[in-house]
Write a protein that binds this ligand. Structure first.
Ligand SMILES: [Zn+2]
Length: 405
């Protein structure tokens, strides 16, 4: 193992200096100016200026341009990273990977879809992917590559950077994906599941609008990622947002992949839709077939998709009532179907308290199929910064609040 991977598996929360808090607030979009930082941290403007100056000098924060306020004095805007550092990232599916270059703030370049067969297992599939990502990094300037991010279609143990008990990823169980990437690229790597990555991706580009959000990915399977106060919420054991195994009334005897029966997955996932339509004699082999039929306004398929949307909306309603987010984003292939989105939306409005839905945004993720790759890149950038802070010794930046330059 490299020195990077050994140290890097510790989460960044141990770094509790003023500099770390400044980075965190800028990274999450909670603060974008020195004045906002001073107000949020209750620190003297001179202290904030000194810390920001050191972080800018180190390339961890960039201060640029001006943001025209309403007639007021123009101000400098802070964002993460030096001006040209970047991460390469990939969002892995069953047969393809969406890859690209992600810059601080969520800008995505050189995005494309490449073949990637997850069933080949990590030892075969990862080296090929790494070659493609390496070529992207070379093209952009290899010396400015600061991280590698991967979004995986299965449960990920964040501390070990490995996939755990994936149901559709043969050969991947316990494979140390993050450590493998760090060894291969020599920079910090971040891996997370697809729903969390999509939640982070969409949040990154919309952090100014929405601070509390739920991202639901509805493809063959169902998953959700939760953003609380601008941060991804993982829960006690990393399972936060796992709504797919919530039981649905009226689906009691349908067996689920988890070994139980009647889960949301058995009536509302893409895989369930294929099964349901086949049982009704409709000629479909894949989720793509279902999407095609609904796009052609096939009544049977449209009805089934609408029903799936109602089931999802019902499960989401309980969570939305409880959590009171300001946005529910829908991603994955089913989110491209208007009858599905409309059914989720109407069930949420029907079942939630008006105070909860009054200003609630319910819509397809603005990043569409790129939310996962942007989120994976953003996780990698965050990890790179945490690593960088540890390397230079965070205490160097730990300035007592009363000290003035
Ligand atoms: Zn289940």
């Amino acid at each position: 193992m490299t020195e990077i991977s050994a140290q890097n598996r510790q989460p960044a929360k141990g770094t509790s200096s003023l500099a770390a808090r400044v980075l965190e607030l800028v990274a999450s979009g909670e603060a974008s100016s020195r004045a906002e930082l001073a107000a949020l941290l209750g620190a003297a403007p001179s202290t904030i200026s000194l810390t920001v100056g050191q972080l800018v000098e180190r390339g961890l924060i960039a201060e640029e341009g001006t943001q025209s306020s309403t007639g007021g004095r123009p101000r400098k805007v802070l964002r993460l990273g030096g001006t040209d550092e970047f991460a390469v990232a990939a969002d892995l599916g069953g047969r393809h990977a969406r890859i690209g270059v992600v810059s601080p703030g969520g800008r995505l370049d050189r995005v494309s879809t490449v073949p990637f067969v997850i069933a080949d297992g990590p030892e075969e599939a990862l080296p090929r992917l790494a070659e493609t990502l390496e070529a992207l990094a070379e093209e952009r300037g290899r010396d400015r590559l600061c991280g590698v991010g991967l979004s995986l279609p299965g449960p990920v143990d964040i501390d070990s950077g490995a996939v755990v008990l994936p149901s559709r990823m043969p050969g991947w169980n316990r494979f140390p994906v993050a450590a493998w990437l760090e060894e291969r690229f020599g920079v910090p790597a971040a891996v997370d599941n697809d729903a969390n990555s999509m939640a982070m991706g969409e949040h990154t580009v919309r952090s100014a609008e929405h601070r509390q959000s739920i991202m639901v990915k509805i493809g063959s399977a169902i998953g959700a990622g939760v953003i609380v106060d601008g941060h991804l919420y993982r829960g006690a054991t990393g399972a936060a947002g796992d709504i797919t195994h919530i039981r649905i009334d009226g689906a009691a005897d349908i067996p689920c992949s988890c070994g139980k029966t009647g889960c949301l997955e058995t009536v509302a996932s893409g895989a369930a839709l294929v099964r349901i339509l086949r049982e009704r004699g409709v000629d479909v082999d894949s989720l793509e077939d279902v999407v095609r039929l609904v796009t052609d306004a096939d009544p049977e398929a449209t009805r089934a998709v609408r029903r799936a949307g109602e089931h999802l909306g019902q499960v989401l309603a309980a969570n939305v009532n409880f959590f009171n987010p300001d946005a529910v984003y829908l991603g994955g292939i089913l989110s491209t179907l208007e009858p599905f989105v409309a059914a989720v939306r109407s069930r949420l409005y029907d079942s939630c308290h008006p105070l909860v839905t009054e200003h609630l945004t319910i819509e397809r993720a603005s990043l569409g199929p790129d939310a996962g790759v942007v989120g994976a890149g953003q996780f990698a950038l965050q990890r790179a910064i945490a690593h960088s802070l540890r390397n230079i010794g965070a205490e160097r930046f730990s300035l007592p609040a009363h000290r003035t330059p």
